[in-house]
Write a protein that binds this ligand. Structure first.
Ligand SMILES: Cc1cc2nc3c(=O)[nH]c(=O)nc-3n(C[C@H](O)[C@H](O)[C@H](O)COP(=O)(O)OP(=O)(O)OC[C@H]3O[C@@H](n4cnc5c(N)ncnc54)[C@H](O)[C@@H]3O)c2cc1C
Length: 338
C-alpha cells in the first residue's frame, strides 16, 4: 500500500506531500517546487539534504554523490530517499529548478528501435497522451523486474502524438542499457518518469548556440538544435561539436537533422582514428573541447553553450571556456551523464 507523507522544508512555510514509493526530490518536483538537483540517479550530489526530523529509507546507500565525510555528518540524497513518516528537511532550492512541465510517471510502449552505430540505437516510445518536455530534458526509464531506473535524454521535441525518442549507448555489462537493447521488444512497456533536467534550451537568450557532446550525449543536443527551428529569436546557425572514440562511433548526424529540416554546423572529432572499421578517418583528431576555439568565428564569450556527455568531457569543456576564454558560467548549461 502507498502512504502519503507531509514533507516540510526547514526555515519557512513550504511543504509538500510525498508518496511512500517516491523519492523526496521527485515528490517535491511533481508539486512544482524548485528543489536543487541535476542527475537524479545519486551521482552528482546536487540534491543533498539534512533530515531535521522524521524517517526516510535510503535506496542507494553507496551512491557516489556523497563523500564518506558528508555521510558521517548525516547528509543524504533527496533523489535516493523515500519517506517513512512525515519529515522536515533542509535542502537547497531555486527558481531555476522549477520545470515548465511537472514530471509524471507514465506507461510507455516501445514502438521502434533503430541502430545508429555499432553500439548506439534510437528508441521510440509512445504514451497515450501528449509528450511535454523542453528540448534538452531527460526522463527516467524503469523496466519491469529491474529495480533501478536510469536517466535518458529525449532527442525529439514535445509533440501531441505522445512520442518520446531516446538515443542510447549500450554500456558493456550495463544493467539497464543492455536490457533495453537485448530484452525489450517492440510492443513491450516500461515506466517513463519525466521530464527532468535543467540543461534545456533557453530560446529567450539571443546569443548563437553551440552544442558540445560526447559519446551517448547526442540526444539532448539534437533536441536543442531541433528546438531552435521554432525559436525565431536565436541568431545564426547552431554549431554542434561531437566527439567519439573511433570513426565508427560517429552517427550520421547530418541525416538525422535534415529529416527535421534543421540546419546546423556539424563538427565530428575522434580521439582514436586507428579504431576505423572500414575507411581511414580524414577528419579532426583529438578531444572535442580542443576544437571549440578553432571552429567558432567569434570570441567564445559571444555564444550560449549546451553540453552533454561523460563528466571528464564536461569538466574539460567548462575549464576551457571559463578559465581560458572568460565565458561566464551562466552561459554554460550541462548534463553530466554519470
Ligand atoms: C541526466 C542524464 C542523462 C543521460 N542521458 C543519456 C542518454 O541520452 N543516452 C545514454 O545512452 N545514456 C544517458 N545517460 C547515462 C544512463 O543513465 C546510464 O548511466 C547508462 O545507460 C548506463 O546504465 P546501465 O544500467 O546500462 O549501466 P550500469 O553500469 O549498470 O549503471 C551505471 C549507472 O547506474 C548508477 N547506479 C548503479 N547502481 C544504482 C542504484 N542502485 N540505484 C540507482 N543508480 C544506480 C551508477 O551510479 C551509474 O550512474 C544519462 C545519464 C544522466 C545522469
Amino acid at each position: 500500500m502507498t502512504d502519503r507523507f507531509h514533507i516540510k522544508l526547514a526555515g519557512g512555510n513550504v511543504a509538500f506531500d510525498c508518496a511512500s514509493d517516491d523519492t523526496l526530490l521527485r515528490g517535491g518536483l511533481r508539486q512544482g517546487l524548485g528543489l536543487a538537483y541535476e542527475c537524479n540517479v545519486g551521482a552528482c550530489g546536487s540534491c543533498k539534504f539534512d533530515l531535521v526530523d522524521g524517517e526516510v529509507d535510503d535506496l542507494f546507500p553507496a551512491a557516489p554523490g556523497l563523500k564518506p565525510k558528508e555521510r558521517e555528518r548525516g547528509k543524504r540524497l533527496a533523489c535516493q530517499c523515500v519517506p517513512r513518516s512525515d519529515c522536515t528537511i533542509k535542502i537547497r532550492s531555486g527558481e531555476e529548478y522549477v520545470s515548465d512541465h511537472v514530471p509524471r510517471k507514465m506507461q510507455a510502449r516501445l514502438i521502434a528501435k533503430r541502430a545508429l552505430t555499432h553500439d548506439i540505437s534510437e528508441f521510440s516510445f509512445a504514451t497515450g497522451e501528449a509528450a511535454q518536455f523542453l528540448p534538452g530534458q531527460y526522463a527516467l526509464l524503469r523496466l519491469e523486474g529491474i529495480g533501478q531506473a536510469r536517466a535518458y535524454s529525449m532527442s525529439n521535441l514535445a509533440n501531441a502524438d505522445g512520442t518520446w525518442q531516446f538515443i542510447i549507448r549500450k554500456v558493456p555489462a550495463g544493467i539497464v542499457s543492455n536490457a533495453l537493447f537485448d530484452t525489450l521488444q517492440v510492443g513491450s512497456e516500461l515506466e517513463l518518469d519525466g521530464p527532468y533536467g535543467i540543461a534545456y534550451l533557453r530560446p529567450q537568450i539571443p546569443r548563437p548556440i553551440v552544442c558540445i557532446a560526447g559519446g551517448s550525449g547526442l540526444a539532448p543536443v539534437l533536441s536543442i538544435i531541433r528546438g531552435t527551428r521554432d525559436a525565431g529569436g536565436l541568431r545564426g546557425i547552431p554549431q554542434l561539436l561531437y566527439g567519439g572514440r573511433g570513426p565508427g562511433d560517429i552517427p550520421d548526424i547530418a541525416a538525422m537533422l535534415s529529416v527535421s529540416g534543421v540546419e546546423a554546423g556539424i563538427h565530428p572529432v575522434v580521439s582514436m582514428p586507428e579504431l576505423a572499421p572500414v575507411a581511414a578517418w580524414s577528419g579532426d583528431v583529438g578531444f572535442v573541447h580542443e576544437f571549440v576555439p578553432k571552429k567558432l568565428g567569434q570570441p567564445l564569450t559571444a555564444y550560449e553553450y549546451y553540453l552533454a556527455g561523460p563528466p571528464p568531457m564536461i569538466e574539460a569543456c567548462v575549464r576551457m571556456l571559463v578559465a581560458e576564454h572568460n565565458v561566464p558560467s551562466t552561459q554554460i548549461h550541462f548534463d553530466r551523464f554519470f
